[in-house]
Every structure is written in structure tokens, then in C-alpha cells.
Design a protein around this ligand. Structure first.
Ligand code: FES
Ligand SMILES: [Fe+2]
Length: 371
């Protein structure tokens, strides 16, 4: 069907996709023998580390009478509910003890579970797998297994530096994600004398191609209107710099920059906390400027500035969104946003029908916009 030159009306459903890994907390905030609260996709979780340091994630609600477990006693192995002292194995959630039972009461306590979730530590974060909602039977469901391991950042050398940052935003996952992939806000939101001004706006042409569960902005030499890239080319003594930016469902944006033997790699996620709140987590690894004493700090400063500009913008946008549930998506600048909604719909349809997902893109596409 040919696309008309009319803006497309789009209603965001803020639907949060299950069956995926999500970043829950920075790993350095989860200490041994301690419990930390976290919310993912409106699910209350309690996250901790056992005595050897292995992380775990349980539903923060006792299967007995719903008491939050994060206030319980944790000895590095079992977690004891603060209400009636039921004890659970933190890794599989299995009930180990019900203190009120007398010796002749033979309740099968090993069939009771506090919901537990697959949990992995990767690149400075604790990731939790949120399964599709299972059949009802709260308190008796065994832990589900993740079909794959948590996503990780691609690295191209043994030695590298890394840093992370995060920002919480009062908008739904959909707005968080399309804000992340939106190319047209740059000149207006991300102005800085060392980066660019709104007057540097010019026409751009980028190639996109479909990849499983998402799309890729194909490798290219980054736009020359930003000073840092010019500097990088000089420093790396590289003929070309290639950048690849991928987006894959449910919420992952990876960016890889390679210039000769130098590289920079980042994995950004937008995580739904509730239907109306999300959090952006950026983790970056690089081997550039490793010799520079202020390298990591400088990079972190630049990123923090961008993320803060985005956060402030979305905070203001949330005010308007409260009154206008529709969006208008225009070509070509908002095409990635359209693909995101189409991918999500195609994914849900495939799940519903049990058939392979039909990718909304049939092949490579070149998009043009001014930014
Ligand atoms: S509510 Fe947890 S033991 Fe009763
Ligand atoms: Fe931005």
C-alpha cells in the first residue's frame, strides 16, 4: 500500500512486553546478604545477592498473605518473611519452613513457591527475565526458565573502560523508546557549544535494514558536523569511522563505533517500570582515550548531559501527554518510531497465532531528514 503524504495518527498502548530480559538495578547497588526493592513491568521485586555473591530476584510479595519480602530477614541463603516467618530459598523461591506447623501437620511445603525470576549479572547491571504470565495458581508455580541469556555488550579488545548512567522518566515505555530513536530533536534538545548548535541543521540520508526483531542503521561514516567525530578520526588515524546502531525489541539500542583499533560500544535500554514510568540505562564500554586521565569522566560527562537533556524534555512532554493520547508520526524522521510500533504489533500477533513474526520491513530503506 503506498504511503500517503498525511501524518499518521498513532495511539500508544504502553503495552509492556513479557518474555524478555530487563535491566533491574545497577550491580553495585546490590550487595551481599542484603535486599533491594525494584519494580519491573509493574511487578514488585526483591533483589539481592547470596553469600557467594550470586544475584537473585523474587516477587516482593509473600505467597502466604502478600507481605513484602524485602523487609524480611536474609541470612545469605534463605529469606524469612517478616509476618509469620515462612522461609524461602532465594534462588528458586521454594518454601523451606512454615514455623506454625506442628509435627503432625503434613502440609507439602515444598510445593509452595515465592515467585522467583531468572536473574543474571551483565555489564554492570542485574538483569531479570520477566516471563509471560503463567497459568493461575499463585504460590505453587515453579520458577520459569529463560530461553536465552541476558543481552551483553559487544567488546572488541581485552582491555577497556566502562561506565553506566541512568535516568527515570515519567512517560510510558513507548514514549521513552521513540524518544530514544528520534533523529529530529537533536538540534533543539541537544545543543552545546562543543557539540552543535541548531544552525548546524542539514539534510541527512541514512540507510536502514531489517534485522531479526528490529532494524539497523547501517555502518557509515558519522556526520561531519560534530567536532568530536572530527577529532576521533584524527586521533585514531583511521580512514573511516563506522557506526552501527541497532534497535531490537523489546527495548534495546546498541551502538558500535569503530575507528581502526579503537572502538566504543554501548547498550541502552528503556525499561518499563509501570505503564506510565520508564527508566533509561546506558552502559558504555570503550578502549578510546584509555591513556587520558580524564577520559572516562569526560565521556560520562558528555553522556550525562545528553541523557539529562532527554530526561528534562520527556518530563515536560509528560505534562502535554496527559491531555493528548494521540501522536502524529511523519515521514521520514518518525519512520523508526513507526517501525517500532509495527514491530511490536507483529511480535504480539506472532505470539497470539503461534506463527513466525512477520517483519514490517521488506528490505533496506533509505531515510532522509534534516537535523
Ligand atoms: S505473610 Fe509471609 S509468612 Fe505470612
Ligand atoms: Fe536525545
Amino acid at each position: 500500500m503506498p504511503e500517503l503524504d498525511l501524518p499518521q495518527r498513532q495511539v500508544t498502548d504502553a503495552l509492556m512486553l513479557t518474555g524478555y530480559w530487563y535491566r533491574a538495578l545497577p550491580a553495585d547497588r546490590v550487595r551481599r546478604n542484603q535486599l533491594t526493592k525494584s519494580t519491573l513491568l509493574e511487578l514488585p521485586l526483591v533483589i539481592g545477592r547470596d553469600r557467594p555473591g550470586q544475584p537473585f530476584a523474587l516477587r516482593d510479595s509473600c505467597p502466604h498473605r502478600g507481605m513484602p519480602l524485602h523487609g524480611g530477614k536474609f541470612d545469605g541463603e534463605n529469606l524469612e518473611c517478616p509476618y509469620h516467618g515462612w522461609q524461602f530459598d532465594v534462588h528458586n523461591g521454594q518454601c523451606e519452613l512454615i514455623p506454625s506447623l506442628t509435627s503432625d501437620q503434613n502440609l507439602r511445603i515444598d510445593r509452595i513457591y515465592a515467585g522467583s525470576y531468572p536473574c543474571e549479572e551483565r555489564d554492570s547491571f542485574i538483569w531479570v527475565f520477566i516471563p509471560d504470565p503463567g497459568p493461575p495458581g499463585a504460590g505453587f508455580t515453579k520458577p520459569s526458565e529463560a530461553p536465552d541469556t541476558a543481552p551483553q555488550i559487544e567488546k572488541f579488545s581485552e582491555k577497556y573502560k566502562s561506565a553506566y548512567l541512568q535516568a527515570e522518566m515519567p512517560v510510558s515505555i513507548d514514549h521513552g523508546i521513540i524518544g530514544l530513536m528520534d533523529p529530529a530533536h537533536g538540534p533543539f534538545v541537544h545543543q552545546a557549544w562543543w557539540w552543535r548548535s541548531r544552525h548546524s541543521i542539514h539534510e541527512k540520508k541514512k540507510n536502514f535494514e531489517p534485522i531479526p526483531n528490529g532494524f539497523r542503521m547501517s555502518a557509515h561514516t558519522p556526520s561531519s558536523n560534530s567536532a568530536p567525530y572530527k577529532l576521533l578520526r584524527l586521533y585514531a588515524d583511521a580512514d573511516s569511522i563506522t557506526t552501527t546502531i541497532d534497535f531490537v525489541l523489546p527495548n534495546i539500542r546498541t551502538e558500535t563505533i569503530r575507528a581502526g583499533k579503537y572502538w566504543f560500544s554501548s547498550l541502552t535500554t528503556v525499561t518499563p517500570i509501570t505503564r506510565s514510568r520508564c527508566r533509561i540505562d546506558v552502559v558504555a564500554c570503550w578502549n578510546l582515550f584509555r591513556w587520558m586521565p580524564f577520559g572516562p569522566e569526560l565521556l560520562k560527562f558528555v553522556f550525562a548531559k545528553f541523557v539529562e537533556q532527554d530526561r528534562r524534555t520527556m518530563e515536560m512532554q509528560a505534562e502535554g501527554l496527559a491531555h493528548n493520547p494521540h501522536l502524529m508520526l511523519i515521514d521520514d524522521a518518525d519512520r523508526p518510531a513507526k517501525w517500532y510500533f509495527q514491530l511490536k504489533a507483529a511480535h504480539l500477533e506472532a505470539k497470539r497465532t503461534g506463527t513466525p513474526m512477520k517483519h514490517p520491513m521488506s528490505g533496506p530503506v533509505t531515510l532522509k531528514w534534516r537535523s
